[in-house]
Design a protein around this ligand. Structure first.
Ligand code: MRU
Length: 327
């Protein structure tokens, strides 16, 4: 059973508070674009496609609450920097500024496209997976509002009898794997084991990982991609052990303005998310900590890119341009 992270009801956009999962399911209402932006910034909702859909409905809320669309757009654009889906959705909403019905139709279309593309991603991704797979962060319905990208493929591959077991990286420091991926796999009835991020090499060396599949927040035209911090490390480990490594994404996560991953903006989050665990201090008081929330994996470590148009193989520049319909 999939859990959808939002709904539009009573002229409000309701967010399932992902900070409180898996302990409790609490819904937070948003009535203005500012409240939708707060929900994105504070991680009530997270995951690249899900924050795109939320931003689109944030613009609908701006119309409903009589807010200046230009100001609403500015506030939403500032909420989180790395996932390109946020900017993709806001660009699509722009022609509908000042038109409530048009903006509602466009937001609904963006959400419907998430569902359709993820059905295709799940089917294409399932074909390249077999045996035991490892994933990082959370890429299920909670992260997207649809079927999920990498996790959608894993669930579909399990349904087809191709995948027998999933290794779930806990994903320090925000624990999207331990809290959200574990929750979604349990609900989907897929056999899985939670591991800390530093255990991945151990299980790879023992021959217990047949493939890695995970998500993408922004991909450049050469196939370099930003995803949750720790992804690059998993890619290096997979390469060392000769394990196929697949990022999964809708083509709306490709940034058509970036040739390489070097210029992808990386969000720096609060050091408290590193020095504390769910509000409990674990480092000495006042000890400095760094928290880049994403890293960039070079395309040279990628086996194939799972998209709604199929699995793309090197050379990725040509394959991505072809999938985007650029010739
Ligand atoms: O900081 P988050 O939880 O928004 O990061 C999410 C990820 O990195 C996901 O892997 C990515 O958005 C792909 S979601 C299908």
């Amino acid at each position: 059973m999939r859990v959808i992270p939002f709904r539009f009801e009573g002229n409000r956009f309701w967010l399932l508070d992902q900070r409180r999962l898996p302990k409790e399911e609490v819904w937070v209402p948003c009535q203005t674009a500012g409240e939708a932006a707060d929900g994105i910034r504070e991680m009530v909702v997270r995951g690249a496609p899900a924050i795109g859909v939320t931003a689109a409905y944030g613009m609908v809320l701006a119309h409903l609450s009589g807010q200046d669309p230009a100001e609403a757009d500015r506030v939403l654009r500032k909420s989180r920097p790395t996932a390109v889906n946020l900017f993709y959705a806001l660009d699509r909403m722009k022609p509908h500024w000042g038109d409530l019905e048009g903006s509602l139709r466009e937001a609904q279309a963006i959400w419907a496209e998430v569902e359709a593309t993820e059905q295709a991603i799940s089917q294409h991704g399932a074909r390249v997976l077999k045996g035991q797979v490892l994933t990082h962060c959370n890429t299920g319905p909670l992260a997207t509002g649809g079927y999920g990208t990498a996790l959608g493929a894993i669930i579909e591959a399990h349904r087809l009898g191709r995948v027998s077991h999933v290794w779930v990286d806990e994903t320090r420091p925000y624990l999207q794997g331990a809290r959200l991926t574990a929750y979604e796999l349990q609900k989907a009835g897929v056999p899985a084991t939670l591991i800390t991020d530093n255990m991945a090499a151990y299980f790879m060396a023992k021959g217990q990982v047949d493939a890695v599949i995970l998500g993408t927040d922004r991909m450049a035209l050469n196939g370099d991609f930003a995803n949750k911090i720790g992804t690059y490390g998993v890619a290096v480990l997979a390469h060392h052990h000769g394990i196929p490594f697949y990022p999964a994404l809708p083509l709306s996560s490709v940034d058509p303005h970036l040739e390489t991953g070097a210029a992808i903006p990386i969000e720096e989050r609060s050091a408290l998310e590193v020095t504390q665990l769910r509000g409990v201090q674990i480092a000495p008081e006042g000890f400095p900590a760094a928290h880049p929330a994403f890293d960039v994996t070079p395309h040279t470590l990628v086996t194939g890119i799972v998209t709604e148009k199929g699995v793309l193989y090197p050379p990725f520049d040509d394959a991505l341009r072809g999938a985007l319909g650029w010739g």
